[in-house]
Design a protein around this ligand. Structure first.
Ligand code: ADP
Ligand code: MG
Length: 248
């Protein structure tokens, strides 16, 4: 390899421009072939670096979000689930509500698409460039409880707290004790007016005090979450039961 080429590649590496370094030789021969100006070549090289960086950062944010599955709006049958409209969901896909730290609630019985819709929105938010965290309430409580002792939980909590959108799934599945409800309240207060939260729950608000075990804390949590929010009270038949796979 030509010594100058090697030097340029080394400098690109030192400057952490690895996308540009990888493509340097290919772009140099393209420049020669197409008789590109120095400016056109620089433009191509930097665009390559930016494309690689954006792709890497998307991959990293997608991984950090910890989505349990990949779901899209195209896979969602709005004919089957009629208590939300495609128009409403498409309206939310611009993510303007994340900018304003609005919250969303998807409430209703099991297997009607609450988590599916939350995932679609979360994935879209990551694609647009937001930092997102997906966590079930059980996992969240576990993270909050073990955070003082476990560095893994400390790291995860830091990621959750620095996200612009946090999806808390399966709120209300398991009862929560008073100390846990208090920790949840502290976190919700931290999110208030600065982080968007999507809540999915099989419990209506009137039932929250029961699984959170304390009326005062429940009121405080709901006050903050509901203040700027959109609530989807969903109903309908279970998609899983209606679309079950059969053996015979
Ligand atoms: P919930 O969170 O309300 O319990 P999920 O969103 O987990 O339900 O839905 C259960 C399964 O059924 C998932 O695989 C989901 O993709 C699918 N599903 C639910 N509703 C619909 C729908 N209207 N169209 C397509 N798939 C759906
Ligand atoms: Mg669910």
């Amino acid at each position: 390899m030509n010594a100058q080429l090697l030097e340029v590649k080394t400098m690109l590496g030192q400057l952490r421009l690895s996308g540009a370094r990888e493509k340097l030789e290919e772009l140099l021969s393209e420049a020669l072939k197409k008789e590109l100006t120095a400016l056109q070549f620089t433009d191509l090289l930097l665009k390559e670096e930016l494309a690689v960086r954006n792709a890497n950062s998307l991959k990293k944010r997608m991984k950090r979000a910890r989505f349990p599955e990949h779901k899209t709006l195209a896979e969602f049958d709005f004919g089957f689930q009629q208590s939300v409209s495609k128009q409403q969901l498409l309206g939310l896909m611009d993510m303007c509500w994340v900018e304003k730290a609005f919250n969303l609630f998807f409430l209703g019985p099991p297997s009607i698409g609450k988590t599916h819709l939350a995932l679609c929105l979360g994935i879209k938010a990551v694609q647009i460039g937001y930092q997102v965290s997906f966590v079930t309430l059980d996992q969240l409580i576990d993270i909050l409880k073990t955070e003082p002792a476990l560095s893994r939980s400390k790291r995860r909590l830091k990621q959750i707290m620095s996200s612009q959108l946090v999806i808390i799934d399966e709120v209300g599945f398991l009862p929560v004790n008073r100390q846990e409800a208090n920790m949840f309240y502290q976190l919700v207060s931290h999110f208030y007016q600065q982080t968007s939260v999507i809540i999915t729950s099989n419990k209506g608000f009137e039932e929250w005090a029961e699984f959170l075990g304390d009326t005062a804390i429940t009121t405080a949590i709901l006050d903050r979450l509901i203040h700027n929010s959109e609530i989807f009270n969903m109903s309908g038949d279970s998609y899983r039961i209606n679309h079950r796979n059969t053996i015979l």
